[in-house]
Design a binder for this molecule. Sequence first.
Ligand SMILES: Nc1ncnc2c1ncn2[C@@H]1O[C@H](COP(=O)(O)OP(=O)(O)OP(=O)(O)O)[C@@H](O)[C@H]1O
Ligand SMILES: [Mg+2]
Length: 275
Amino acid sequence: MKKCPKCENEFPDDYLFCPKCGGKFSSHDLAGFEEIDDSNLMVAGYDLHKSYLMGKNAVNALRGVDLKVKIGDFISIMGPSGSGKSTLMHLLGGLDKPSRGHIVIRQPTGLPEKKGSLQDISNLSKEALSEIRLHISGFVFQQFYLLPTLSAAENISIPLIFSGNKSSLVKQRTDQLLELVGLSMRGHHLPSELSGGEQQRVAIARALANDPPLILADEPTGDLDSRTGHMIMEMLKNLNEMGKTIVMVTHDQSVAGFARTKYEMMDGKFINKNQ
Ligand SMILES: Nc1ncnc2c1ncn2[C@@H]1O[C@H](COP(=O)(O)OP(=O)(O)OP(=O)(O)O)[C@@H](O)[C@H]1O
Ligand SMILES: [Mg+2]
């Protein structure tokens, strides 16, 4: 345990932040800080709490989660319905903010050989968080969430347009992504004209649009039959082998088997970790 020099709170050795006062420490502030190896961290949560107000009652969806995800890791999170899995994913990817605790995420540099610095995203504005979602964390959901009136290609191109690319580049990158997910011939189809597996492949391509280093997949095979689900998992496995860091929620043991590190959640906390 280390003692925070600002508020005297005690916290585990490998924390980069004091969970009580939020102070970030350099080696000048805290003896031994330089021993902390954060050089390979992609995203981390420290003492994460999230409460929702339902009428007069507070729902404590997260009750103190600590998680370190290394660059290139593949993590699965299992747990009963309501245990806080989706809430945690939303915090890690900048879709929501914690009520308490901190999230740090690594900024991309655009150069594969160069690592960006870690940034605390716990208190960013909505605009800054949407930049994180565009460039750092790509989401894949159980229900695909494709826009029904847009074609597969148009769905994939949305994040490319939002990040201000020229139309020729949008077209070129969209074609590349359609090819990557094996749907070059189906780009002009509406989601309703595609199978579930094909729709999830479009959603994966959309998540990859701006080449984010982190993919957050919340039950990506939940609405698919087991053979199609397996195909989607092979795709995520290939992406991980290509260097993407993956955090995935699943209810399915065989799907979790694709991950390198397996966490179990219960009542807003991790109760188990298997490597
Ligand atoms: N926006 C919200 N407002 C109020 N309560 C919420 C909200 N989002 C989640 N919750 C509550 O927080 C708890 C955790 O929800 P969460 O969606 O993270 O669970 P989960 O583990 O993903 O469950 P499932 O396996 O069913 O998807 C639940 O009790 C849920 O009702
Ligand atoms: Mg969920």
